[in-house]
Every structure is written in structure tokens, then in C-alpha cells.
Design a protein around this ligand. Structure first.
Ligand SMILES: Nc1nc2c(ncn2[C@@H]2O[C@H](COP(=O)(O)OP(=O)(O)OP(=O)(O)O)[C@@H](O)[C@H]2O)c(=O)[nH]1
Ligand SMILES: [Mg+2]
Length: 174
């Protein structure tokens, strides 16, 4: 079973991305944000997981799991990565320190990424154009980690599909 994990900080678009390409109404565990959480400019947040699936042209089905972004639910991260084949890391360019978010999630998922692979999608670049993709690339170079990196809008199915296809391509060694 091909299982891909979407992770990244609160509001990066994990739930939105899975809903954009899932062929079934996605399983969602979102609850209303508390006042403090809604500073992220959205109404709900994921407390356990997102789930959906997507069929490739080859007929193979890819299962999509989203993690909660908030660290207080980080026990779900380990549970959800079990049996996963790769990671889609979504970063919200409009958050205060997206480059620190990049480092935080690469560190938090380093074991999983080491065994599998990862692609990175930067969302909300329409709202904030800095940092640029070049800034992300530099940070990755510093860390000695090279991953496919794209600007994406998590609401756009084609953008999300690009991430999935890039991830499958690197996993197959192309
Ligand atoms: N303007 C803009 N909005 C976007 C973009 N991508 C996603 N969004 C919006 O950003 C929000 C993302 O919310 P979610 O999908 O709930 O984020 P999440 O990563 O699941 O967050 P948690 O579950 O709380 O960790 C939604 O309101 C999307 O419509 C983008 O590229 N540009
Ligand atoms: Mg979510």
C-alpha cells in the first residue's frame, strides 16, 4: 500500500491539499480553532489526521495521510509515518519564520526522511513573496539536503499532483 504523509506547520495547507485531490470525501478530524489558534486566519485545525486517496494513471492507489500541524499533537506524527513511502512537507510562506519551520520539520521527520524521501511545497507565496525559493534552497544546501522544491497553492489540485508525482519519481530513483 503506497502511503504518503503530508506534514508541516499549522495552516500550511495539509488538510486543504488532501481534500483538493482525494477521490473520496476526505476523512477529517478538524475541530474549531480556539481564539489563540485562530490567529492563523482559519476556522479549524486538525487534531488527529486527514485521510484521502488518489489513483495514478497506472491504476495504483496512493493513500494520503495528513498530520496535525500543532506540536501538541506530535505523538500522531510517529503513528502516521508508520509504513509511509515518503513525505510531502508543506510550508506556509506567510508565517513569521518559514525557514525555521523548514528546519524544524526536517529535524522532526529526519528518521523517516532518511529511510524514504521528501518533497517540499511552499504555499501562500501569493500573500508573501519572501523568503524566495532560492532562500529555501540555500538553507537546504547548508544542511546538505536536496529535495524537490515547488511553490504551490494547496487549493489547486494540479499543484498538489505535481508534489505527489515528484515524490514518486525520486522514490523510484529517476
Ligand atoms: N492565499 C492562499 N491560501 C492558501 C494557499 N494554500 C492554502 N491556502 C489556505 O490556507 C488554509 C490552510 O488551512 P488547512 O488546510 O486547514 O491547514 P493545515 O495545514 O491542515 O493546518 P492544521 O491542521 O491546523 O495544522 C486554507 O484556508 C487554504 O484555503 C495558497 O497558496 N494561498
Ligand atoms: Mg489540517
Amino acid at each position: 500500500m503506497d502511503k504518503i504523509i503530508f506534514t508541516g506547520p499549522m495552516g500550511a495547507g495539509k488538510t486543504t491539499a488532501i481534500a483538493a485531490i482525494s477521490e473520496i470525501p476526505p476523512v477529517s478530524t478538524d475541530v474549531n480553532c480556539t481564539d489563540d489558534e485562530s490567529k492563523q486566519r482559519k476556522k479549524t485545525t486538525t487534531v488527529a489526521l486527514d485521510y484521502g486517496y488518489f489513483t495514478l494513471d497506472s491504476g495504483e492507489r496512493v493513500h494520503l495521510y495528513g498530520t496535525p500541524g500543532q506540536e501538541r499533537f506530535d505523538y500522531m506524527w510517529t503513528i502516521l509515518t508508520k509504513g509511509g513511502i515518503g513525505l510531502v512537507l508543506l510550508l506556509d510562506n506567510a508565517r513569521p519564520s518559514p525557514l525555521e519551520d523548514l528546519e524544524f520539520y526536517l529535524n522532526a521527520f529526519s528518521d523517516f526522511i532518511g529511510e524514504t524521501g521528501a518533497v517540499i511545497g511552499v504555499t501562500r507565496t501569493d500573500l508573501t513573496s519572501h523568503p524566495t525559493l532560492e532562500d529555501y534552497r540555500e538553507k537546504l544546501m547548508e544542511r546538505g539536503q536536496i529535495f524537490p522544491l515547488f511553490e504551490v497553492d494547496a487549493r489547486q489540485p494540479n499543484d498538489v499532483k505535481v508534489l505527489i508525482h515528484a515524490l514518486l519519481a525520486i522514490l523510484q530513483g529517476f
